[in-house]
Write a protein that binds this ligand. Structure first.
Ligand SMILES: Cc1cc2nc3c(=O)[nH]c(=O)nc-3n(C[C@H](O)[C@H](O)[C@H](O)COP(=O)(O)OP(=O)(O)OC[C@H]3O[C@@H](n4cnc5c(N)ncnc54)[C@H](O)[C@@H]3O)c2cc1C
Length: 231
């Protein structure tokens, strides 16, 4: 008998673009820092953008105790977390075949409030490191008042799907002779030159992990004009 939960995460359109492998899922989740959390609030669907962190098979969300989402999720609510990396604009000859190149993930799970202080710290570390690898080591850790003001939710990944589109447009043969420019405009998230905060702070050298992050983000401004690397 078909598992109805597996049916929930089965990609129907272009199933050849689907991937259900955990390592592929982790690669997509780890490549992004922001996602969207969908859940039902008083009978209506809500989808909110958020940062997250991953530890193994668990996604962690964090936010203010005053934030509505964390009150709604605290009681084991069903959630759907999505992450999208847009890799290109696909310009086909026909409007019908226009598309995007992308890597996207859809995760289903139930949210749970994290109360164990050790797990709270590990979750906050995961979220901080997802935003900027290396940052946890340098920034001041949360104090007791900040921890009291913070809610951390755990979403164990119960079920997930990844969908990946890459490559050129796929036009119908009858459109091959049309005099229309076709191709892909690649898109990527790039980092610009870091802007040190000038007011009220002592000038410090750029940390190596920030410079490394900028380099990894393939900053075109550095390659194009031969500007010195930020470190
Ligand atoms: C940037 C971007 C733009 C897109 N634009 C369009 C568009 O304009 N029109 C359109 O029809 N589709 C678009 N898609 C694809 C869309 O997300 C769905 O894949 C598509 O609607 C077909 O869904 P389905 O009927 O196969 O799955 P559904 O029956 O709708 O969903 C079943 C299950 O498949 C899985 N699934 C479906 N889509 C994805 C996905 N993208 N990533 C991971 N898991 C998925 C989920 O687990 C979901 O619960 C876009 C995707 C991305 C990332």
């Amino acid at each position: 008998m078909a598992d109805p939960r597996a049916e929930r995460s089965r990609v129907h359109r272009h199933p050849e673009r689907a991937d259900y492998d955990r390592q592929t899922l982790y690669r997509v989740l780890d490549a992004a820092a922001t996602g969207h959390v969908g859940f039902v609030r008083r009978g209506e669907p809500v989808v909110l953008p958020t940062v997250y962190g991953r530890r193994g098979d668990v996604l962690y969300l964090h936010g203010s105790r005053a934030a509505g989402m964390f009150g709604d999720l605290a009681g084991g609510a069903a959630v759907c977390v999505t992450v999208t990396l847009t890799d290109g604009i696909v310009l086909a000859a026909s409007v019908y075949n226009h598309s995007m190149n992308y890597r996207s993930a859809v995760v289903f799970g139930h949210a749970d409030l994290v109360v164990d202080p050790d797990e709270v710290m590990l979750a906050l570390q995961a979220v901080t490191e997802q935003i900027m690898p290396g940052r946890w080591q340098e920034a001041r850790p949360p104090n007791r008042a900040e921890l009291r003001a913070t809610r951390v939710m755990r979403v164990p990944i119960e079920e997930a799907s990844v969908k990946i589109r890459s490559g050129p447009p796929q036009d119908a043969v009858r459109d091959a002779a049309l005099s229309v420019w076709t191709g892909v405009v690649p898109l990527s998230l790039t980092a610009g030159p870091p802007e040190a905060q000038r007011t009220g702070r002592r000038a410090l050298p750029l940390p190596r992990y920030v410079a490394d992050y900028v380099r990894r983000a393939a900053a075109p401004w550095a390659a194009a004009d031969g500007a010195a690397s930020p470190d």
